[in-house]
Design a protein around this ligand. Structure first.
Ligand SMILES: Nc1ncnc2c1ncn2[C@@H]1O[C@H](COP(=O)(O)OP(=O)(O)OP(=O)(O)O)[C@@H](O)[C@H]1O
Length: 462
């Protein structure tokens, strides 16, 4: 536990000014760690500090715990008993007692019963209360997904079941599904909800198998009102897990209980997934979340800066958003780095400071994409030969990838139409122009092509 705590403090020191670490983070206590249930108990010295840490860093602690333990950890927050010693894990033998003291001993805790119940509910559901609709920024890239999520939150088990959300990494799938869970909990804290990452589900199946405890495992899923299962592509190739999930799926859908699934790709493209599950995934509503466009990235940065009370001008936000294009997690990383840099140098967030703070990140993104890498990546994606990028073959299954590659070459490099034409087997610049126009038009009509372009874009930018 000491190592976990050091991991948290080290990471947070890079993100939060020193005086905030002293004020808010250092007084926290790790009370208990339970490997079997993958849960941690952490405590703050009073209700005020507890709320502040939860609102501002609750999600971050979850990320740090996931990073450190390699699986999703449920963190239960509580007001500490007076005797809890800061920053040290209690010895295992006394851990249980300590935690009981923390919840039973202090009179303050009894006075805030509703919050206590809420904490138990959050622990049970594994929901992160920081991820809600109110801090989810909407834009063209996610408006369909958000609308579907809101609809499901108003009519669980009725409108779209399952709701299947897919999109590249760090685009807000997890945030959105937690928002649904949190909305339902606000309406009725007794709703039986479980958020689970697919990897955790796989590991639970393995444990149930080892302990011969399948009945209990099944019961714990069959009694849910809402099941949120994240990154289901991790089920690929795991037939026992898929079988178990299939039964849970059938049971819950038949009982009109809501299932929400996320994945990095649309159902039929998940490798190693049983066809009957793929067809079940398609039986509700499948919606994509796309990478955010520039204006939305700016809006996200401004919102996150405002939440953290950082002065951030629009010019600076535009500068950051222009350079951080692949996903929202990356934007958050840039913002944390800027904060840390400003606090370390004790300077305001100006354009010069941001350029300096993000120097490495920006240079990594610049000049990395070459026409050759685009040709190779697109050829791999469409399973054609790289040589076909230069060839004169005109079959549809080759022409489309070639045009996609030309389009991406224009989007992602500084090359002119003439130069791109030359790099595609000496073609005329009008051929490139035609390809670029055609793909721009087609992507507005075909969500499949649009998705392929986003995947390629993310792959190319690493
Ligand atoms: N529209 C949004 N508004 C505000 N914050 C967002 C939005 N989308 C994503 N985020 C934030 O970006 C980070 C990454 O989002 P999230 O974890 O939900 O991505 P994901 O699509 O589930 O990624 P992965 O596939 O890697 O699990 C989170 O901190 C989340 O709160």
């Amino acid at each position: 536990m000491d190592q976990f705590w050091n991991h948290c403090v080290e990471a947070l020191r890079k993100e939060i000014p020193a005086q905030q670490i002293k004020l808010w983070i250092e007084p926290l206590t790790v009370v208990e760690f339970d490997e079997d249930t993958a849960s941690l108990s952490m405590a703050a010295p009073n209700r005020f500090k507890l709320d502040w840490v939860l609102n501002n860093y609750g999600g971050r602690f979850n990320e740090l715990a996931t990073e450190f333990f390699g699986c999703d950890m449920a963190i239960q927050w509580q007001v500490a008993a007076k005797q809890a010693s800061p920053l040290v894990a209690p010895p295992p033998a006394s851990a249980k007692n300590n935690s009981e003291a923390a919840t039973q001993g202090a009179p303050k805790v009894a006075a805030v019963k509703r919050d206590e119940i809420a904490a138990t509910v959050y622990e049970r559901s594994r929901l992160n209360r920081d991820l809600c609709f109110s801090n989810f920024v909407s834009g063209r890239a996610n408006q369909l997904a958000r609308a579907a999520a809101e609809q499901v939150a108003s009519n669980p088990g009725v409108s779209y079941n399952p709701l299947f959300l897919y999109g590249g990494v760090g685009l807000g799938k997890t945030h959105l599904i937690h928002s649904i869970g949190n909305r339902l909990l606000e309406q009725n804290p007794n709703t039986q909800i479980r958020y689970i990452h697919a990897e955790q589900y796989v590991s639970d199946v393995v444990k149930a198998y080892q302990k011969k405890a399948f009945e209990e495992f099944k019961r714990s899923y069959y009694s849910l009102d809402l099941l949120l299962i994240d990154d289901i592509q991790f089920f690929g190739g795991k037939s026992r897990t898929q079988e178990e999930f299939f039964y849970a799926f059938e049971q819950l859908i038949a009982a009109k209980k809501q299932i929400i699934i996320t994945s990095d790709t649309y159902p039929k493209d998940i490798q190693g997934m049983d066809d009957r599950l793929i067809s079940r995934f398609n039986s509700g509503l499948t919606v994509a979340i796309e990478p955010p466009e520039l204006e939305m990235r700016v809006a996200i940065l401004l919102k996150k800066a405002e939440q953290q009370k950082i002065m951030f001008s629009e010019d600076v936000a535009f500068f950051v958003a222009k350079h951080m294009r692949s996903n929202i997690r990356e934007l958050e990383g840039a913002l944390r780095r800027i904060m840390a840099f400003a606090s370390f140098h004790n300077k305001p967030v100006t354009m010069d400071l941001v350029r300096e703070a993000l120097r490495d990140m920006i240079s990594v993104h610049h000049g990395q994409v070459s026409v050759e890498s685009i040709q190779k990546t697109v050829a791999d994606y469409y399973k054609i030969k790289v040589a076909d990028m230069f060839s004169k073959r005109r079959q549809a299954q080759i022409v489309l990838p070639r045009q996609v590659a030309m389009y991406l070459a224009k989007e992602l490099t500084e090359k002119s139409y003439v130069e791109i034409g030359e790099l595609f087997g000496g073609r005329d610049h009008t051929t490139v122009l035609h390809a670029v126009n055609k793909i721009s038009e087609l992507r507005n009509q075909s969500s499949e092509l649009n998705h392929a372009l986003h995947v390629l874009d993310q792959t190319l930018k690493g």
